[in-house]
Design a protein around this ligand. Sequence first.
Ligand code: AMP
Length: 216
Amino acid sequence: MANIILLGPPGAGKGTQAKRLVEERAMVQLSTGDMLREAKTSGTEMGRRVAEVMARGELVTDEIVIGLIAEKLASPAAGGFIFDGFPRTLTQADALGALLARTGQGLDAVIEMQVDDAALVARITGRYTCGSCGEVYHDQTRPSKVEGTCDVCGGHNMQRRADDNADALKTRLMEYYKKTSPLIGYYYAKGQLSSVDGLAEMDAVAAAVAKVLDKA
Ligand code: AMP
């Protein structure tokens, strides 16, 4: 059992790798982006405000996301947690350390997924997902076999994220460099950082991630 963070800019492949680890190692994926997208549909005032911030590509407040993660950590996962898209600020990183310590858990590895910006823009602007099962597709590199139909579950509910457009992506990248990339140094200094080439084939990235996990 290991608790790990997948760290990297939007479009680095964190969600894709997290889903594989859930299937292969019975780990539990904690994606604050997914949790916030769910909160958005709740119809509450908080949900509406979160939706606006996300659509612009800015970060939601530390208080909100730390609260979401704290709830999930109350019941430890047998296979370990994959933190996907959290922490995104130094405040969140400190809070995660404190929350894990308080619940008698630890952090076993931080895996940085390295990708260059040009690749990110191409990846994100073609991305769509099956709204029923969560399978991720791409217009150029991985289209579904039948347009509009999910290869995995047969659903007809393909969705594009509201923030997967050029304007919001620019803001998301700026936020990443300003607020999230300092975490690379933070975890390096703690001796917890490993880096993998996020531009390699999906299976090669998975193998590199597995190698880190097996040593953790
Ligand atoms: P993601 O699905 O991880 O790309 O997140 C989508 C959006 O949700 C981000 O652009 C932020 O607006 C918000 N978000 C997700 N995780 C966090 C976080 N840890 N801190 C602040 N905002 C977040």
